[in-house]
Write a protein that binds this ligand. Structure first.
Ligand SMILES: [Zn+2]
Ligand SMILES: [Zn+2]
Length: 392
């Protein structure tokens, strides 16, 4: 448990995380990091097992802490009942006992090896079994490592359900540097979303009196800046760059735990990205990488803020947006120079996503502000045009 005093209205922040290790060779430190656990259940999929799982199991076996391993097969892009069932039931274990809570024997720790579905599924299994869990990251691809909610595929749609946060986050830079390039781009794109997210949070503080923490807000911006500064080294798979992204996820994840709220990680850009993602899921398509959706939505929301900056007569709002303009420009320049691929290029899908985002979540963002000003429809149309013009 991390705890510290703060000058914000909460006065104190706590996070149930016990520790993290982001370094080259981090996997070798697992016995020391997990010294309090002795029956560790490793869950991976075929890709993550090859990338890191095998090594993790080897290290755990060498110190006598390994209980069993489950390697999920097939492609699962979002956690579903089947994946969760496999993790919890371990039905292929021939020595399993009849009572699920006493089977063969119960692990005292679940260790997820993977960044997406594996981690999300273990997070949920951990919550339902009331067992602590940790994650060995295999790609710096998205900011959900430390989240307390998990996406879940159900009845052909996607919902976010309550889960638990990891006790430990272990990121071995020697593993992460070999992650698919697009996943790394997605990771940095997810961090760019913090700029629009923080501006939305400040907007909510000033226009509807929402709670805001200065320290957490500043930490998140500093973490995003570090990603921007190091981001151009991504092509060379530079370890400092990958470290900056992983640390960014940690800062935002901790921020969510500290505030009990996802504000430190997301604003309108995440809601629009989710709307686009849902559109794909509901049409039977695999969703794009979360971070790439968020990156595109960040560019869109930044366009909306820039339009508002030009038009508004509200001096306070102007000053608020002005602070973020250099970040928005830097993100746009990065996306063009690094050729970050767009995920949605159909104008109607872009516009529909903005409309859906407005009603999808009761969270005050620029979308709510524009709605209250009677400018929502106009901005949605114009911003979509400007966004798509960037891809010409
Ligand atoms: Zn605070
Ligand atoms: Zn995200």
């Amino acid at each position: 448990m991390i705890e510290f005093a703060c000058s914000c209205a909460m006065k104190k922040h706590k996070a149930p995380i016990e520790g993290w290790e982001i370094s080259s060779g981090a996997i070798n430190k697992i016995p020391e990091i997990l010294k309090d656990y002795h029956k560790i259940y490793v869950v991976a999929d075929e890709n993550t097992y090859a990338a890191a799982g095998e090594k993790v199991v080897e290290v755990l076996k060498a110190c006598g802490k390994h209980l069993r391993t489950l390697v999920l097969d097939g492609e699962v892009v979002l956690p579903n009942c089947e994946t969760l069932g496999k993790i919890i039931l371990n039905a292929n274990d021939t020595a399993a006992k009849p009572n699920i809570f006493s089977y063969s024997p119960l692990p005292d720790f679940i260790l997820a090896v993977g960044s997406g579905t594996v981690n999300d599924s273990c997070r949920l299994a951990s919550y339902r079994l009331n067992l602590p869990y940790g994650v060995v990251a295999t790609a710096p691809s998205m900011d959900g490592y430390a989240s307390a909610g998990t996406p879940f595929l159900f009845n052909g749609s996607k919902a976010t359900v309550q889960a638990t946060t990891p006790r430990y986050i272990i990121a071995d830079l020697d593993v992460l540097k070999d992650a698919p390039y697009e996943m790394m781009l997605a990771g940095i794109g997810d961090m760019f979303g913090k700029y629009t997210g923080m501006l939305d949070w400040e907007l909510a503080r000033d226009y509807v009196g929402e709670y805001f923490c200065d320290k957490i807000g500043q930490d998140v911006i500093a973490a995003a800046n570090k990603c921007l500064e190091n981001g151009y080294k991504l092509e060379a798979r530079d370890k400092d760059c990958i470290k900056a992204i992983m640390e960014g996820f940690l800062v935002t994840g901790l921020g969510m735990a500290y505030t009990g709220n996802s504000r430190p990680a997301s604003g309108a850009e995440h809601i629009v990205a989710h709307a686009w993602e849902l559109h794909d899921v509901e049409h039977g398509r695999l969703p794009h990488l979360h971070g790439l959706e968020v990156c595109e939505a960040t560019r869109l929301i930044a366009i909306m803020y820039k339009m508002l900056y030009k038009e508004t007569k509200d001096a306070h709002l102007k000053a608020l947006i002005e602070k973020y303009l250099p970040y928005f420009d830097a993100v746009e320049e990065f996306c063009i120079r690094m050729q970050v691929p767009p995920t949605v290029t159909d104008r109607q899908v872009v516009v529909d996503g903005i409309h859906r985002a407005l009603i999808m979540r009761d969270r005050y963002t620029i979308l709510f502000y524009l709605r209250d000003q009677g400018k929502f429809e106009e901005y949605a149309e114009k911003a979509a045009d400007q966004l798509l013009a960037l891809y010409q």
